[in-house]
Design a protein around this ligand. Sequence first.
Ligand SMILES: O=C(CO)[C@H](O)[C@H](O)COP(=O)(O)O
Ligand SMILES: [Fe+2]
Length: 223
Amino acid sequence: MNDFIIAPSILSADFARLGEEVDNVLEAGADIIHFDVMDNHYVPNLTIGPMVCKALRKHGVTADIDVHLMVKPVDRMIGDFIEAGASIITFHPEASEHIDRSLQMIRDGGCKAGLVFNPATSLEHLKYVMDKIDMVLLMSVNPGFGGQSFIPGTLDKLREARALIDASGYDIRLEVDGGVSEKNIAEIARAGADTFVAGSAIFGKDNYKAVIDTMRKELASVR
Ligand SMILES: O=C(CO)[C@H](O)[C@H](O)COP(=O)(O)O
Ligand SMILES: [Fe+2]
């Protein structure tokens, strides 16, 4: 995998041509696929579930599928997404009664596990589960919709999360999700992120490769 990972969010893809959209964005240079699951309960929107993940695998997608669960309760969906071929499963601490157990379920199922922090959610939980996570995902918008603006306070929070991860000594990726584009990706990387979710910035353009190439060029100026 690249040092920096670009993870297009299929939330902004054309759902009527999803397999083709995923093929195209991977062909254009994306590293992994970000898969947003919303339940109209934990967040005020409704998207796609494990059947769609399974269908993408059946379609021939071999890239990692990064499943971002915005559902409450979360445990039942963890099992279903493991079975559906997810590679990474992240969830919000507010959506689990037993965070440690939910993380363990994900790893026991052979997937990488991560916790997602909303813009106003403290990173406090992290220190108790550093040995059980592979990914920290910081939301840079309030979850539920694509196409929102990046919340600038996320940069300080990224620096805080980066310091905690580095001090832990564990191999944990730091992902950022919401309002990421070729315009701000370098600044976000300088704050400590290494994995970048981008939905509208990529799928909103005609030429996915041109956007991803520009993002890589911007990232190359950081490290
Ligand atoms: O989790 C999400 C929203 O809850 C999406 O992944 C995120 O919003 C990506 O979309 P965009 O890049 O357009 O902001
Ligand atoms: Fe997401």
